[in-house]
Design a protein around this ligand. Structure first.
Ligand code: FES
Length: 548
């Protein structure tokens, strides 16, 4: 019983947890306490008892060594606390990159009635009269600093201008992507995702979600009752149409794994490859998340690709997702391009396979340079992020615009935690020559706000014995995105005779103890969502023993 609340207040009422990732150390989510209050109001109004449950929060810019290392821990801790406490249903409050994926993984495994409220993107900031996108413009301006055309002081001023309101990154980065994709999946009241964080309509929707949570318990609508392969089909179509982050691939695979749904990386290629890019947002385009909202919002985008969606895939409201599309309209065709004049005709994520990535790798062609989509170049290999930073600006580094930059030791096990480093900064000497993109290959991830011809999530990673560990500087590598191939042009016999060098092996020494040890011993590869092997699947909400 809560202090100050009489026992009668609880009688016959469902107890709804509000799993809240608000934290001062997660600036993108710091406003979620206000959102939680609106959720509480809705729960009370509908006859439930709201119970706030602070859960592990992950601030992408704060957490070291990488927030992805902790996603599974956040998911596990949330799952266990939802099961351990006397809770009938849950409202999930997330925003920053890993928080919505972790919450959905937890909800899938505990399988209590659950619904998400995404915290929403921040408002657009301007610098020198120009709109700036979080992340994407940070990369661009930091390259300017490296090239000597922008001072550090002006760079810091640009950052203050960019981050001017509450909310998560306002580009089509991972946070925006996961909110929209979670709506396509059916776990958010349709029309809510993408509402800017400072917008009063976010609080209205949070209130409405609180009411819905009570209804979910009454109708026993759990994730397992409405999330199907068709839901993931819709999420993949959405991911392509919005030009979303590659991180969504590992997160959706992990969520599907918790639900026992057979989703593979090839589904992303098969379902998404021919879906047109309709959203003109950074990093693939020009605008930002509040532009998308005023232009008609996510549902207007999805209405354009309605014929590609699974018509029976349900949402948390009990109605099919497609039922929400009829009234959606495009109000600004510069931001949301109609189906007959898309930004790009085919914008999904392409899966690459070949001798360098037997288990697969991915590339986002919409963020790549068209002239590099078919390329053959000599490898310049870095054994770790530290090795990369130590040598990339060495004037004597033998590298040119045609080289293929290879960074290994950045997979789930190797780092550990699969950091967002695949979009390696280019060598200063090539930037000074005007080079702005090169083929880059890595077993890590890439920020959703990044761009470039980057092959990532190479599987198996180097630390798991993948051929990436055997590449030597000077080897020829062939990339052919259209053909879906990534080949290391070294005779198989020569490759078989190679062993990883000592520097490579040293970089992959497993941590001695703690979460990192558990993680390295059990983490799955990127093509399986980088979940822990023993967390795949569901245990339901029943506790195994009573408290004694
Ligand atoms: Fe939180 Fe970008 S840092 S969404």
């Amino acid at each position: 019983m809560r202090r100050g609340v009489p026992a009668t207040a609880f009688e016959g009422r469902p107890q709804i947890a509000i799993a809240n990732t608000a934290s001062d150390l997660t600036p993108c989510n710091s406003h979620l306490d206000e959102v939680a209050q609106s959720v509480k109001n809705g729960i009370y109004e509908a006859g439930g008892i709201p119970l706030e449950l602070p859960v592990v929060s992950l601030g992408e810019t704060q957490v070291r060594p990488t927030a992805m290392l902790w996603r599974n821990m956040a998911a596990m801790a949330t799952e266990e606390m939802l099961r351990a406490n006397p809770i009938d249903g849950v409202v999930l409050l997330g925003g920053c990159d890993k928080t919505i994926p972790a919450l959905l993984m937890a909800a899938a495994s505990v399988d209590l009635p659950a619904v998400v409220v995404p915290g929403g993107p921040m408002l657009t900031g301007h610098f020198r009269g120009e709109a700036l996108g979080c992340g994407t413009d940070v990369w661009r301006l930091s390259e300017e600093v490296r090239a000597g055309s922008l001072s550090e002081e002006m760079f810091l001023r640009s950052e203050s201008s960019m981050i001017r309101s509450k909310g998560h990154c306002n580009t089509m980065g991972t946070a925006s992507t996961m909110a929209l994709v979670a709506e396509a999946l059916g776990t958010i009241i349709p029309g809510l995702a993408g509402t800017p964080a400072p917008d009063a309509r976010l609080l209205e929707a949070a209130h409405e979600t609180g009411r819905l949570a009570v209804q979910l318990v009454a109708e026993d609508r759990r994730p397992s009752t409405f999330l199907t392969k068709g839901s993931f089909h819709n999420a993949i179509v959405a991911l392509a149409a919005i030009g979303g982050s590659t991180n969504a691939v590992v997160h959706l695979l992990a969520i599907a794994g918790r639900l026992g749904i057979d989703l593979t990386i090839d589904d992303f290629d098969r379902i998404g490859a021919e879906v047109p890019l309709l959203v003109n947002l950074q990093p693939a385009g020009r605008y930002l998340m509040d532009d998308l909202y005023r232009a008609g919002g996510f549902l207007a985008v999805m209405r354009e690709v309605r014929d590609l969606l699974d018509p029976v895939a349900l949402t948390v409201t009990g109605k099919p997702f497609v039922d929400y599309l009829e009234d959606a309209r495009i109000w600004d065709a510069e931001v949301i391009t109609p189906r007959d004049s898309p930004l790009q005709p085919a914008a999904g994520i392409t899966v690459l396979r070949g001798s360098l990535a037997p288990g697969g790798a991915i590339i986002k062609p919409a963020a790549a340079s068209p002239h590099l989509l078919k390329h053959r170049g000599k490898a310049v290999v870095f054994d770790s992020v530290e090795d990369f930073h130590a040598r990339i600006d060495d004037p004597d580094l033998d590298i040119d615009a045609d080289s293929v930059m290879v960074l290994r030791g950045c997979g789930p096990k190797g780092y550990p935690g699969m950091p967002e480093v695949s979009n390696m900064p280019l060598p200063q000497k090539l930037l000074a020559q005007g080079v702005r993109d090169m083929v880059r290959i890595c077993d890590g991830r890439m920020s959703g706000t990044a761009y470039g011809t980057v092959v990532l999530h190479v599987t198996p990673e180097a630390a798991a014995g993948g051929p990436l560990a055997l590449v030597q500087t000077g080897d020829w590598i062939a990339l052919d995105v259209r053909a879906g191939r990534l080949e290391l042009d070294v005779p198989a016999d020569d490759l078989a005779a190679r062993t990883p060098n000592q520097a490579t092996l040293d970089a992959y020494a497993a941590p001695a103890r703690g979460w990192q040890r558990l993680y390295v011993d059990h983490v799955l590869q990127a093509d399986q969502g980088a979940d822990l092997d023993f967390l795949v699947g569901s245990s339901g909400s029943k506790v195994s023993r009573e408290s004694h």
